[in-house]
Design a protein around this ligand. Structure first.
Ligand SMILES: [Ca+2]
Length: 126
């Protein structure tokens, strides 16, 4: 149910802040070149996606800062562009995400780890 809701609300985030092809696993992630953030008007990094923070009910713009990251240190679950914690929450880890690509519920070598900081302020609509 949660996955279904997440898929509905943030298809854009999935495309922008996640690998386009989830079926190939980590091997493809190492082949993909990191997407560079490009400055937009006003000097703010160009946004490339939106993440919905369920505990806040807010959407945040984000961009890919580093992809992939090595599986070292803490990561926060991101599932179909939805996560539980955002900026200001103790559980927010600065945009260090993991996606459970092999759907086994644990962080392992078969998953995707990357950095996509959320850019405040959040907003109530995508
Ligand atoms: Ca996993």
């Amino acid at each position: 149910m949660l996955r279904h809701i997440a898929l509905c609300v943030s298809v854009a985030a999935l495309a922008a802040c996640a690998p386009a092809d989830r079926s190939t696993g980590p091997a493809a992630s190492t082949v993909d070149a990191p997407r560079a953030a490009v400055s937009a008007k006003g000097g703010r990094a160009a946004t490339t996606g939106t993440v919905y923070v369920s505990s806040q009910g807010l959407y945040y713009d984000t961009f890919v800062s580093q992809d992939p990251l090595p599986q070292e240190g803490p990561f926060q679950l991101l599932s179909d562009g939805l996560t539980e914690f955002g900026p200001g929450d103790p559980g927010y880890l600065g945009g260090r995400w993991w996606e459970d690509l092999n759907d086994n519920g644990i962080q392992d070598a078969g998953d995707h780890y990357f950095l996509c900081p959320l850019l405040p302020p959040g907003r109530p609509s995508p």
